[in-house]
Design a protein around this ligand. Structure first.
Ligand code: NAD
Length: 318
């Protein structure tokens, strides 16, 4: 067996919308040489593995199969996407705590038993609370348990800003931090395009900095999940690529800085809570968390977000 330190095996628990699309993104990007899908619905995992294998003549070489928890052994990374999603209109991610805590009580100890070395990446919602649950249930060091956190919200924010300012989203550098959910925080004070703060960018481009438009962009960012779910029933393309981005950063030891959820030790009144800040990720997981120079309003909003997540964690009964 290849050690988890060297392997590029990725195990995905939950072969639903997010898990299967994530496997597809990993395959297209050539991130993993082995991808194993595990699902309570075995036939679903088998069907997804078949469909993915049929893509191989057009993609990167990889071994893909439907397996069980024993196949997590030696995986560098196990991505957990299993569990319920938001179904009813208006249902919040926090409404899923009890259901998905039960799912995690089944899954996480099994993964940890077969793979005590590899990293865990959590996508199931509410992702910050479930990341905390995964850390406690696995007994892994906090730097090895990462939640996708606000990687998706940050992507939505950058996209919407890019539309407003008519630039490539990759030239927009702006973070959403805190909860992946209703209390998330936009870091306007540090948002920039090619290094220029947004008001300065507007001055240089001779356009008006429109505060109301900025507020609307944040509201659209925060509500984007609801908007997509009300139309197509689930969100999965963007989060799947976000997970593949995180996996690539880890497996290739890139130290890319991404907004992901991790257990915080101090600062911002968020000790003992998993929430998102910009984090450098490498082969051993979290390398460092960037202490952002937030303004007072942003720091206060982050404390509110942390308080909400602390209340969510209390519901886990761990
Ligand atoms: P889905 O219903 O399509 O897939 C979930 C899969 O989990 C199913 O195939 C199901 O059989 C499997 N499953 C359930 N219980 C299991 C168990 N005990 N063991 C193994 N497998 C089990 O749902 P989805 O749309 O893929 O969403 C999955 C999760 O991801 C949800 O919690 C959703 O809210 C979350 N999500 C998170 C983000 C994010 O940004 N973090 C974005 C989208 C969705």
């Amino acid at each position: 067996m290849v050690s988890a330190r060297l392997s590029t095996r990725v195990a995905i628990i939950g072969a639903g919308n997010v898990g299967a699309t994530c496997a597809y993104a990993l395959l297209l990007r050539g991130v993993a040489t082995e991808i194993v899908l595990v699902d309570a619905n075995r036939e679903k995992a088998v069907g997804e593995a078949m469909d993915l294998n049929h893509s191989l003549p057009f993609a990167q070489p990889a071994r893909i199969w439907a397996g069980d928890y024993a196949d997590c052994a030696g995986a560098a990374l196990t991505i957990i996407t299993a569990g319920a999603g938001r179904m009813a209109p208006g249902q919040t991610r926090m409404d899923l705590i009890r259901t998905n805590a039960g799912v995690f009580r089944e899954i996480v100890p099994e993964v940890a038993r077969h793979n005590p070395e590899g990293l865990l990446l959590i996508a199931s919602n509410p992702v910050d609370v479930m990341t905390y649950a995964a850390q406690r249930l696995s007994g892994l060091p906090p730097e090895k348990v990462i939640g996708s956190g606000t990687i998706l919200d940050t992507a939505r924010f950058r996209f919407l800003l890019s539309q407003h300012f008519q630039v490539d989203p990759r030239s927009v550098h702006a973070f959403i931090i805190g909860e992946h959910g209703d209390s998330e925080v936009p870091v306007w004070s540090l948002a920039n395009i090619a290094g220029m703060r947004l008001p300065d960018f507007c001055t240089a481009r001779e356009i008006t900095y429109d505060q109301e438009a900025m507020d609307a962009i944040f509201r659209q960012t925060r509500g984007a999940g609801y908007e997509v779910i009300s139309r197509k029933g689930a969100t999965f393309f963007a989060i799947a690529l976000g997970l593949a981005e995180i996996a690539g950063t880890i497996l290739r030891d890139q130290n890319t800085v991404l907004s992901v959820s991790t257990l915080l030790e101090g600062g911002y009144g968020a000790e003992g809570v998993c929430l998102s800040l910009p984090v450098a990720l490498g082969r051993t997981g979290v390398q460092w968390v960037l202490p952002m120079g937030l303004n007072e309003a942003e720091a206060a909003a982050l404390r509110v977000s942390a308080g909400k997540l602390r209340a969510g964690i209390a519901q886990l009964g761990l």
